[in-house]
Structure formats: structure tokens, C-alpha cells
Ligand binder design. Structure first.
Ligand SMILES: [Zn+2]
Length: 238
């Protein structure tokens, strides 16, 4: 899961925090800062990408919408239909999960062949539990072995992207030049699933740097340029 920077609430002409009349008004600014990607599954979307409330605006059991959550810039991410509907209105205690705007979620999850997502190996048991809870909350564990809905193609998109990234890497090994690197970057931004590209090109710091730079809003402080852009703990936010 790509660690993203949402940044501070946009300002109005008086340099005060914008007061959104509806959460949909924040969509354009969120996309400008973080790209047209689902914050959870990393799918690339345009028109169907929705403003996502990290803490649901009307959690299960609530009778009315909670305005402080519904219109709070710091409660916004972007989500695809599948992540949005799987997460639904389940109320969440933020500390029970990992979040792409707060944690280095690339450091906390592991992508393996086919784009299957697991908690990272280095996590403690408590952290693994948190990672599993996050995966389940967003349905990132859905794949053919546990019967996803036919409309949920997230696993398949990840698998396809994994294969494309592997093929790109092997082409680069045969023809290692700047042009090929630029072409791979274009393919990566077109197919999205940043975490998969970062994983497949784990041992190529130049490509990793390009992926980090090219996907808008990726938190650069989450990577150590001196160590092949290895993921490091996120500073300041947790
Ligand atoms: Zn998604």
C-alpha cells in the first residue's frame, strides 16, 4: 500500500482552512495531491474514484451522519468502488489498523508473486494482527481461493500488473538503457499498483526512485535513498 501525503487542508482566499459544503468538493484537490489512485488497493481510476472517509461518516448503528467526520479534510482519502464497499460503514479505531496517510504502509505489507498481499515479515505479532485487520477491512485478501465477488477484479489486476512488471524487468536486463527505463516508468504509471512495481524492482534503486517521484503524493521520507530506497519507518505522523 503506497504511503501518501495528503498535506494540510487547502486554504481559502483569506488563508483559512476551506470549509467544504460537501465532501465531494474535496475530490479534485485530493486527486491533485495523491493522483487518481485508490488509496488502499492502488488501482488507477478516474470518474469512479470517490472521496473515502477513513472513519465512516455514518458508522453502523449511528442514526445520522457525523458532520465532523463527513467534512474533515484529515479524514479523507480516495477509494475505488470495491475498497469502498468492502470497508463500508464499519466503524474503526484508527490505532487498530495501518493507514496509507499515517504509516509507512509499504514497510508494513508485503507483495508476493501474483500481487498477493501479506503483513511484512519483520512485524511483531501485534503489528501483524493490525496488518491483517487492515487487509480484511478493505478486502485486499480477496482472491479466487476465498471466492471474491465476480465484479471484484482487484486481485486479477494485481496479478496482471505483477506479470507486466516481471516482463519489463527482464526486458531491461537485456537492454539496460535510459529509454527503456523511461518506457517502463510510463507503463508503471499507466497500470498503477505502485507497490507491485516497487517490489518487483526491489534491487534497482534507479527505477525505485523513478516510481517514488512519478506517482503524485508518495511520501518520500518513507524511503532511504542510500539503501536502494528501502522502506524505513515513517516519521512524525504515527
Ligand atoms: Zn481500491
Amino acid at each position: 500500500m503506497r504511503p501518501v501525503v495528503r498535506g494540510d487542508c487547502p486554504k481559502d482566499v483569506k488563508d483559512e482552512n476551506v470549509r467544504f459544503a460537501s465532501y465531494a468538493q474535496a475530490r479534485g484537490e485530493l486527486i491533485k495531491r495523491m493522483g487518481e489512485f485508490c488509496s488502499y488497493c492502488e488501482m488507477h481510476l478516474d470518474s469512479s474514484l470517490a472521496v473515502e472517509h477513513v472513519q465512516p461518516k455514518k458508522p453502523d448503528g449511528a442514526l445520522t451522519e457525523m458532520e465532523d467526520r463527513a467534512l474533515d479534510w484529515n479524514n479523507f482519502l480516495l477509494a475505488c468502488t470495491n475498497c469502498n464497499s468492502t470497508k463500508g460503514n464499519t466503524d474503526v479505531i484508527l490505532a487498530d489498523y495501518f493507514w496509507p496517510d499515517r504509516d509507512n504502509t509499504f514497510h508494513l505489507f508485503r507483495y508476493s508473486e501474483g500481487g498477493v498481499i501479506f503483513p511484512a515479515i519483520h512485524l511483531s505479532e501485534a503489528e501483524k494482527l493490525r496488518a491483517y485487520k487492515t487487509i480484511t477491512l478493505t478486502g485486499l485478501d480477496k482472491h479466487p481461493l476465498n471466492n471474491p465477488e465476480a465484479s471484484d477484479r482487484r486481485w486479477e489486476n494485481r496479478r496482471e500488473t505483477w506479470d507486466i512488471a516481471v516482463r519489463s524487468k527482464s526486458r531491461l536486463a537485456k537492454n539496460n538503457c535510459q529509454e527503456m527505463r523511461e518506457q517502463i516508468l510510463e507503463t508503471a504509471t499507466g497500470h498503477a499498483y505502485w507497490s507491485i512495481w516497487m517490489t518487483v524492482f526491489e534491487d534497482d534503486p534507479d527505477m525505485r526512485c523513478r516510481f517514488i517521484e512519478a506517482f503524485p503524493g508518495t511520501d518520500k521520507t518513507c524511503f532511504d535513498a542510500a539503501r536502494n530506497y528501502a522502506a524505513v519507518a515513517r516519521k512524525g505522523i504515527q
